[in-house]
Design a protein around this ligand. Sequence first.
Ligand code: 5GP
Length: 220
Amino acid sequence: MSDQKQYATYNDVHNLCKEAAKGPLEKFQINLIIAIGGGGYIPARILRSFLKKTPDAPNIPIQAIGLSLYERLGTDSVEEAPGTEVKRLQWLDMNSSMANLIGKNVLIVDEVDDTRTTLKYAVEELEKDVEEARKQLPAEDEKKNKETKFHVFVLHNKDKAKKGDLPKDMTANRYHAAVTTGDVWICYPWEAENIEQHDREAKLHPIVDTKKTTVEESST
Ligand code: 5GP
């Protein structure tokens, strides 16, 4: 990763969520959101406002999961390279929340797709657990054969080699990153101690959308 930092403001986040909800996410017909904490919480809440079809439509429920990446240092051998693993800090209750996912179009929301380790873990584990919850339903339950479709939204995807992979069909059709960046460190407004200073930095070092830059450069 380069040393360079790029800054996203609250307004940037708001507008990216709005554009995504009114554009590429609309066709997914989302009826449940799972926010990966803590970076997914604020984008998830903004998305909910814009995914609502009409002002009097019911709010789309938001569930939260908490995951953290940690470095596991080998204890057996000094030569063993550190590995990065995901730890569950918060998960969905199998009998109520997980069963509630059956038959839904679920949007998994995080702020950034970096090495993709977190997203891979979230998608695989949610898919596995929802099938487990389905098995536990009685045969006569009308939800038993209803499909659950997972979709992913991130504000930023770093264009780099990923350590984790997502199903091909998901990256092709059920994954949306509002912005593609280089391998830079992104500073989010909810992490800022001084939000005015953060916004000043954002003017000097805004997020660069490498996809847009490439398209614009190639068209001039
Ligand atoms: P992953 O490597 O699994 O894709 O990302 C794991 C987590 O690391 C993200 O959910 C996020 O919390 C954190 N992270 C990765 N890259 C950045 C970044 O550029 N800025 C910030 N603030 N957090 C990041």
